[in-house]
Design a protein. Structure first.
Length: 381
């Protein structure tokens, strides 16, 4: 397996210039005494993240503190972000919805859309330290050009785990994010995220992961941020070979063609290009089993990532179990909403879709109760 070298930053106590005090105005966090370690990171292979150093963060004993701080590196000569480091706690978490961040154009930024990307836009302005954790809005030292896949499948589950943990315990979590820029590239290959819960010595939160700044089905030039559909699969009517019309070229399209041909053989009907314009993968003017075979052969030869239209629920393989005893309360509720809001990995449901500035998904109240979720102590009164 191919590997890339990741320069991992190990902070010594002398590396901090803000002396563990809360920094509303970000400062340069690191001195020349910063220790650099080279770590092997596998090439992206259709998984949003990999663990580093046995999933153990590189914090030292001198880092462990319950003092509140936020530190953001100065932008370099290319306008690129550096390390962002904070002791996440309720003191720095937001109390209002996130503001506009569209004024920030991170290094390598392009506004480009693809049908095969959830939400269409390839790039998001990715917070190094998520808004729900530190309440930073349009802070250019905390925003990088990141793919939708990095933002939602890579970073968000880890951010949610910390958010939920702090919400339930009121403890502190050391949280450090290091963007990985190769040479003079304007777009990062990925980000390293380290997190460690202080009061319980990492029993609640403890992980060290590398999240890939990639997007399945899209080729990215990390030097400039330009991009294109992988392997030129675009036709005039959409994605060539996208028989089922979901915006992707994948193995399910080959299966879809085979299914429609089988149904047509039974019913006596035909599978037409007029109805399935992108199913004629081999351009012979008709839809046959040869198209299905050609798609399967192409995907096998190119190792095109398999992409699903349903968002992947990624559960970090980290210690995120809160070992404090939960209070059992009995509440008489006169009326409840039919719809509540939850995170992918959270343990609580919310009435307010903007609570803590997090990213939430709709869920019926009944399903939330069945899942064993408990009410948020901020927005559910």
């Amino acid at each position: 397996m191919k590997v890339k070298k990741l320069l991992t930053v190990l902070l010594a106590a002398s590396c901090l210039t803000s002396a563990f005090t809360m920094s509303v105005t970000p400062v340069n966090a690191f001195s020349p005494k910063t220790i650099i370690s080279v770590v092997d990171v596998p090439e992206f292979s259709d998984e949003p993240y990999v663990e580093i150093n046995g999933n153990k963060p590189y914090f030292t004993d001198s880092d462990i503190t319950t003092d509140t701080f936020e530190i953001y590196s100065e932008l370099d000569s290319l306008g690129r972000c550096g390390i962002a480091y904070a002791n996440v706690c309720t003191d720095i978490m937001p109390t209002e919805p996130r503001g506009e961040i569209g004024s920030v154009k991170p290094s390598g930024w392009h506004s480009v859309k693809y049908d095969c990307v959830d939400g269409k836009y390839l790039y998001n302005r990715c917070h190094l330290i998520g808004y729900q954790l530190a309440g930073e809005n349009a802070n250019e030292k905390n925003l990088i050009t990141g793919t939708r896949y990095l933002n939602i499948d890579g970073m968000l589950p880890f951010e949610n785990a910390v958010d939920d943990y702090v919400d339930e315990t009121d403890n502190h979590v050391l949280y450090r994010v290091t963007p990985d820029f190769e040479d003079n590239n304007l777009v990062a290959d990925g980000v390293q995220i380290e997190a460690y819960s202080v009061e319980d010595n990492g029993e609640g939160i403890c992980y060290n992961v590398y999240c890939y700044n990639a997007q399945p089905g899209i080729e990215i030039d990390y030097k400039t941020g330009s991009s294109s559909l992988a392997s030129s699969t675009v036709s005039a009517t959409g994605v060539k070979g996208d028989a089922n019309g979901d915006g992707y070229l994948r193995a399910s399209d080959a299966a879809f063609i085979a299914k429609k041909l089988a149904e047509a053989a039974i019913s006596g009907n035909s599978v037409t290009i007029a109805k399935y314009p992108n199913a004629d993968y081999n351009n012979d003017g008709k839809i046959t089993a040869a198209d299905s075979a050609a798609i399967a052969k192409y995907l096998a030869s190119k190792n095109v990532p398999v992409v699903t239209t349903t968002k992947k629920t990624t559960t970090p393989t980290t210690k995120t179990t809160v070992k404090t005893t939960k209070k059992t309360t009995t509440t008489t509720v006169k009326s409840v909403p039919s719809v509540v809001y939850i995170t992918k990995t959270g343990k609580r449901y919310h009435y307010n879709s903007k609570c803590n500035g997090g990213t939430y998904y709709e869920c019926s109240y009944a399903d939330a109760i069945k899942k064993g979720l408990t009410p948020c102590n901020k927005c559910v009164k």
